[in-house]
Design a protein around this ligand. Structure first.
Ligand code: ZN
Length: 199
């Protein structure tokens, strides 16, 4: 029985995530909270730390700076690659996410920043890199993790299973939905409404 957020607790959170300009870029509602395993790096460190000790029913505003979130924006982490490096039949559009295999065979994901006839500018920064993040969180429920959940490092909730393990594993993605295009659309300077990706 856990009554305070601590390592090994599976926590259900409702939250709203805003950028500095007040734009809401993600949220999870009270009746469909995010479930995560505390202490297992399921969520960004700056948020996890501030949640420690909270109880069910608590609400809190948390500001997370890039160092405790998705890191600083690294201008060097942008590359112009030959169009031929990407599959010929891939229909490129700005803001979409592409997976690129480097010389060592490692896959990394990048989003498309510019498209020229023969080349494509790829940004390997996390789209939220360099941005302070403003969360409002509300603790909906918590329970003790099972042994298996602790071993796996994530909760075995009703809907997380697949998505959870394979998308953006190491960037502590804050449970965006599984449409990767939408995830990045908000970073284009265009008409996209970030809220229509939710649910
Ligand atoms: Zn598992």
């Amino acid at each position: 029985m856990v009554d305070m957020i601590q390592d090994g607790a599976v926590v259900s959170l409702a939250y709203t995530l805003k950028l500095q300009n007040g734009e809401v870029i993600d949220y999870s509602e009270v009746d469909d909270p995010l479930e995560y395993l505390h202490g297992a790096e399921n969520i960004i460190p700056g948020l996890e730390r501030e949640l420690t000790g909270l109880q069910v029913g608590d609400a809190k505003d948390v500001r997370v700076d890039p160092a405790d979130g998705y890191g600083d924006y690294d201008p060097e982490d942008v590359e112009v690659v030959e169009r031929t490096l990407l599959p010929r039949d891939m229909e490129l559009k700005l803001g979409m996410v592409v997976a690129i295999r480097d010389d060592d065979g490692n896959m990394s994901e990048a989003y498309v920043r510019e498209i020229a006839p023969d080349s494509v500018t790829l940004d390997f920064n996390h789209p939220l890199a360099g941005q302070p993040l403003f969360f409002n969180v509300q603790v909906i429920a918590m329970r003790e993790a099972t042994t298996e959940e602790v071993e796996h490092g994530h909760p075995h909730g009703v809907e997380l299973e697949d998505d959870y393990d394979d998308e953006f594993e190491d960037d502590l993605d804050f449970e965006y939905d599984d449409d990767e295009d939408d995830e990045f659309d908000e970073f284009e300077d265009d008409e996209t409404d970030p809220l229509d990706k939710v649910q």
